[in-house]
Design a protein around this ligand. Structure first.
Ligand SMILES: NC(=O)c1ccc[n+]([C@@H]2O[C@H](COP(=O)([O-])OP(=O)(O)OC[C@H]3O[C@@H](n4cnc5c(N)ncnc54)[C@H](O)[C@@H]3O)[C@@H](O)[C@H]2O)c1
Length: 206
């Protein structure tokens, strides 16, 4: 008998799915039978990843409400609905003493790492609730949010914020069958670790 695919008939958005952890998450979701929409700022790597993994790509900036609305519309038009959102897109500034952190650095980590998660819920919760459809939000946080390291104060704080918000929403929306979880990786050799300064330049700070 063929093995049961754990995500068969599920539709998932994976933000930041063009590279790094997000790409790995998208690949695993496809393997488990999900229809996956990769949402990423990077058109070129996003298109390439989607073609290789056999999923869809939508160019999106997770800090923009209109892009979340377009992602929901794509999921509904293309696959008939949405079940899972993986809020993986994230960024950091290069390690530096806290007194050297600029307002740009601060806005960038808070917008990309925190505001994006708020926007995802602000746009998508009404959809799940109105359709009485069970939903699942998975936030990619970091051990930095629970065991902060020096020289990354506001990245650490951004991850702590989404861990806390995720716990709050898990309790608030569990009775309505909308689940919230966060996952905290330690370290991975992704673009964020290898080229943190270029990474920051690429990330949007709307
Ligand atoms: N790499 C690590 O060591 C590590 C450790 C703990 C947590 N994390 C978290 O894992 C997540 C993924 O990071 P990664 O290490 O795979 O980095 P990565 O640079 O490989 O991937 C991040 C992806 O997010 C996309 N992105 C950035 N800003 C965006 C925006 N505004 N809108 C849409 N897409 C955007 C980038 O284009 C990129 O494809 C992040 O949330 C990060 O904080 C990483």
């Amino acid at each position: 008998m063929a093995p049961q695919l754990r995500l068969q008939f599920k539709v998932a958005i994976v933000t930041g799915g063009a590279s790094g952890f997000g790409r790995g998450i998208a690949a695993k979701f496809v393997d488990e039978g999900a229809q996956v929409i990769i949402a990423d700022l990077s058109e070129e790597t996003g298109q390439a990843a989607a073609a290789e993994l056999k999923c869809d790509f939508v160019r999106a900036d997770v800090t923009r409400r209109a892009d979340w609305e377009a992602l929901l519309q794509t999921a509904v038009d293309r696959f008939g609905g949405l079940d899972v959102v993986v809020n993986n897109a994230g960024t950091t500034y290069a390690n530096k003493p806290t007194e050297s952190v600029t307002e740009h650095d601060f806005d960038m980590v808070m917008n990309v790492n925190v505001k994006s998660v708020w926007l995802s819920t602000d746009v998508l919760l009404p959809y799940f609730l109105a359709n009485k459809r069970p939903g699942c939000f998975i936030q990619i946080a970091s051990t930095a949010g629970v065991r902060p390291r020096p020289n990354l104060t506001w990245y650490n704080a951004s991850k702590a914020a989404i861990i806390s918000a995720t716990k709050t929403m898990a309790v608030e929306y569990g009775p309505k069958q909308i689940r919230f979880n966060s996952v905290s990786p330690v370290v991975g050799s992704t673009g964020m670790q290898v080229h943190p300064s270029t990474h920051a330049q690429r990330a949007s700070i709307n």
